[in-house]
Design a protein. Structure first.
Length: 604
């Protein structure tokens, strides 16, 4: 067979996840009637405008001489790697020649009151080109500043919430984090949290050392603290740019923008303006007069007025688009924020969006997602435990064991960290190591759980507790908390998890209590305790504790459980029974028998 005929036999074709019969016919350059006939021969009755899914279309295509594959975005969505956001994967799959530089996207993080909002406002006032808007800019959750004729996109919802929301949805909007540290206050708990977020997202950091105007500012001390946390300032030959600024007096801002561009230039910040259109929702709300207003950050391609978007369960045709100063616009390219009208529902901030061909396709995608969501809900999210982490390693989803460590005092953290540092294991894919994202002292808090959830990490505590709010959040987010009071047990568990040998945690659950009211001696059995079940139930296969005067004197299995003359599997509260214990014959009247079972539990 010649190469040519071979090629003719299997032409390849890219199909979306949903399409009409007419679209499919057009894509194959075939008559819709032929497509309908092929569908019928496969038992699918469809008219020309009917939507069919990819699987069905692929069968039809293959019968008509095509080898079908899913379109790139659909494919990326289906892969759902979790670790790397979809838009980054899309850009990586684009033809290199089509990629063009785009503005870096920056988010500002830091401890409360260190000046994040003031800094964002100061940059907005000094560096935003707002001649067209007469100096008035709107708060849409993002804006663009200009430095030496280059644009920088700032996400201006400071604080962790927005950043975490994006990360936990795998969107990871920012290319760079500006970590604000007040020069008079230094590295504080939320500074460390922010650092951990940036580290987990593998996003480079520029430090803005703020409030240098204050007499109490102590820049050298702050630099030392930064260095202690792994951010060695550039002037100490490290690679973290630390820029002294005063957001209040608007000094140092140019240097900060310069620093941002310097770091941005060391990473490839590219996108294809002509490629498939995808991006992330920055914020969204329902406006009483205008309907749903959503701020979007386009990450690849160019979004145009009239395009149809799908985002989560929301969709709609873009009726109008505005830039961040409020001017109507018709199109926006990569890394540019825009506020849009036209979505039918309020989308969730942090969710990725994409442009589709038609509202019909959008509806089909949303219907499919709703279906999937229902299924997933039924399955109920399984918590991330040390055991499931190892499965994730094997599935290639994770290449490190991520931990958040809390201890009572700093002194306990050091020995734990130094023993964790040396740990690693090897599986078929290579080495797996421990990555401690965050360490801190004090009880486990909601913030720790948020960080763990967004980073797919496990929270381990030494000599600390988890507060109630943290426990509740851990439960809803499916985050695993493990508490220890002996260091080697903790490090041992980590090592076992790495090596895949971790036994599931066994928990004892008391199921019932019985009171011994009489003793019968039967030569064949020994002593039989005549009991009344006073709580719960006694099961034949339970383990019994014998309690005398409040103290446990024995623990062991049951040899026989009788109700009247019959052997039974269980006896419930209020009933009488005869219990014979396997390894214990010193039972007395008045003893309490406590029945319990050992269960494997998902660790929480
Ligand atoms: P955020 O919680 O990090 O957003 O901090 P804010 O921006 O709300 O600032 C907290 C306080 O610090 C406010 O009272 C600001 O006026 C003040 N502040 C912010 N930047 C500076 C600065 O550069 N110098 C001085 N002296 N005060 C500042």
């Amino acid at each position: 067979m010649s190469e040519q005929t071979k090629e003719q036999e299997t032409k390849s074709i890219e199909l979306p996840s949903n399409m009409t019969v007419r679209d499919l016919a057009e894509l194959m350059d075939a008559s819709p009637i032929d497509v309908i006939k092929t569908l019928m021969s496969n038992g699918v009755m469809a008219n020309i405008n009917q939507l069919i899914d990819y699987d069905t279309a692929a069968i039809v295509a293959s019968e008509m001489g095509y080898e079908a594959s899913l379109e790139t975005v659909d494919q990326l969505e289906a892969e759902d790697v979790g670790e790397v956001p979809m838009w980054r994967r899309l850009i990586a799959s684009e033809d290199k020649a089509s990629l063009k530089p785009r503005p870096p996207v920056v988010t500002i993080l830091g401890h409360v009151d260190h000046g994040k909002t003031t800094l964002l406002d100061a940059i907005r006032q000094t560096s935003v080109v707002s001649e067209e808007a007469g100096g008035i800019t709107q708060h849409i959750g993002a804006y663009q500043a200009k430095h030496k004729d280059r644009l920088i996109t700032f996400l201006d919802t400071p604080g962790h919430a927005a950043f975490t929301a994006m990360r936990s949805r795998g969107a990871q909007g920012a290319d760079l984090v500006v970590l604000v540290v007040a020069a008079d206050d230094g590295v504080m708990p939320q500074t460390k949290e922010a650092l951990a977020h940036a580290k987990a997202a593998k996003v480079p950091i520029v430090v803005a050392m703020n409030k240098v105007d204050l007499p109490s500012a102590n820049p050298d001390l702050v630099k030392q603290q930064l260095a202690d946390n792994g951010l060695i300032p550039d002037e100490w030959d490290g690679d973290t740019i630390v820029v002294p600024v005063s957001a209040k007096q608007k000094t140092g801002l140019e240097d900060l923008l310069e620093g941002i561009l310097l770091v941005a230039d060391s990473t490839e910040i590219l996108a294809n303006p002509d490629g498939e259109v995808i991006g992330t929702v920055i914020e969204a709300e329902r406006d009483p007069s205008r309907g749903v207003v959503a701020t979007l950050l386009v990450q690849n391609g160019t979004l145009k007025q009239g395009d149809t978007l799908v985002v989560g369960m929301a969709y709609g045709k873009m009726r109008a688009m505005f830039d961040f100063v409020g001017n109507p616009i018709e199109a926006v390219g990569p890394a540019t924020p825009t506020s849009v009208l036209g979505l039918k529902e309020v989308p969730t901030a942090g969710d990725p969006f994409r442009v589709v061909e038609s509202e019909k396709e959008a509806r089909a995608i949303v219907a499919e997602r709703e279906e999937k969501a229902k299924e997933n809900k039924a399955k109920s999210a399984s918590p991330l435990t040390l055991e499931s982490m190892f499965d994730a390693f094997h599935a290639g989803e994770l290449r490190e064991l991520r931990l958040i460590l809390k201890a009572d005092v700093q002194g306990s953290l050091e020995p734990i960290l130094s023993s964790l540092e040396e740990m690693s294991a090897t599986d078929k894919e290579g080495e797996i190591g421990v990555n401690v994202l965050f360490t801190g002292t004090g009880n486990i808090s909601e913030n720790d759980i948020t960080l763990a959830s967004a980073s797919r990490a496990i929270v381990m505590g030494f000599n600390v507790e988890a507060d109630n709010a943290a426990r509740r959040l851990a439960e809803t987010e499916g985050v695993s908390i493990r508490l220890y009071d002996i260091i080697y047990r903790m490090t041992e568990d980590v090592e076992k998890a790495l090596k895949g040998m971790l036994e599931p945690e066994i928990r004892e659950r008391t199921i019932g209590k019985a009171e011994v009211r009489a003793i019968f001696k039967i030569s064949r059995y020994g002593k039989i305790a005549g009991c009344r079940v006073i709580e719960g139930e006694i099961q034949r296969n339970a383990i019994m504790r014998v309690i005398r005067n409040g103290e446990q004197i024995h623990e062991g299995p049951i040899s026989s459980l009788k109700h009247e003359k019959d052997d039974v599997r269980e006896v419930r509260e209020g009933f009488e029974c005869g219990i014979n214990l396997k390894e214990f014959d010193a039972i007395q009247e008045g003893d309490i028998l406590e029945a319990f079972v050992r269960e494997k539990v998902a660790i929480s």
